[in-house]
Design a protein around this ligand. Sequence first.
Ligand code: GLA
Length: 405
Amino acid sequence: MIWQLFCTHIVLASIILLLFLSWLFWPCKHKSIRKGLIRTCGITLLGSILLALYTYWPRAYDKKYLDNTLSVELEQTPIKQLADSIEFYIGMATSPDSPYEELIVTEFNSIVAENHFKPGQLLVDAANWKFDFSKADQLMDHAEVNGLRMRGHTLIWGKFAGMTFPKQWIDVIDAAEDPKTTMKGLIKRYIETVMGHYQGRVMSWDVVNEPMGGEDLFPSIFSNSMGEEYIDYAFQIAREVDPACSLFLNEQIIDYQGPKGQAFLGLLKRLLDRGVPIDGVGLQCHHLNDIHDIDALKGYIRSIGAMGLNVEITELDVRLLLFRGKEDPYQAQGDQFRNVVKVCLDDPACKGVTLWGVSDGANWMDAVPPFQWKSPNAPNIWDEDMRKKPGYVGIWKALHDAQAQ
Ligand code: GLA
């Protein structure tokens, strides 16, 4: 992903470096070649600066939606009300003490902790297996008091040491005589503690997050010590701990018909063939560098449903920048929200959609490189002034149409 964004600049920087080094080491007597080299170096540098300015220059698009008058029905019927009437989950990622607490309770029937249920937040002292559930509990209580479903996100995730699993585990596994058995012990103890803590309260957990690294398994401490079996094992333990809980495998796919998408389907099939107790698949659906193809998404959900698994769209956000070529980027973004939600509503296997952020004023992409350097991200359905964007209207209409059917 980062490579995609920086590819041109990395190539250009390498060319400049090569030219500069050639100039440096070229024998002084060949003056014209030396001059040529330094000139080419200068031109490439200038070109690269101009390209960077063009790429990263902050852009803003006309907010045509501000001129639209929203219908009284839309203003008075929260999307939650529509979703409740058709038993569909419409969810939001949030944090304890979120400034949007009230709005979330009004508009959504499901929540997920954006960060507070992740291993890095819970297992505060890995060496002594010391957990701090205080913030996560606060969110759990808030969900229960307000009748919101809580999605558990996430138990086992091997991508970013420190945040997604304790860094100490790397040393533990490195020092282990039998890494596989040691890893099993870590997985078991972690899942037993965290799922056990929320048993009967969190009714749906992402047991494993983002197992794929392209076509193959992501090379993590989990896959390196256990291979694919770490997924089987995590699900087996999760099932033992809470047999009533719905167990999900969560992944970000973009190329549904491409290598990663197909490899993920292959993984699901193998898991099911081995009798792994998996109930559903979470498709994150972040729109970061690409607009997801709606027909491909539809076919993908159908394929997963055909395996007897449930599906949820678990982390939907849509980067505004992706619609820069459109006449009205905000409307095009809104149409994409509507289409994604509609695809889910249309397939009986797809049980809900969770959005990954409330307001454009506080969105995760503005805080994380490289996305923060390329604006506008504005990936949510309320703008920075908490005005409903076409994305809100789009989701509302999709739910309204489904209710009318
Ligand atoms: C992934 C994770 C989420 C979150 C987002 C970025 O999709 O599953 O928990 O970290 O990235 O905000």
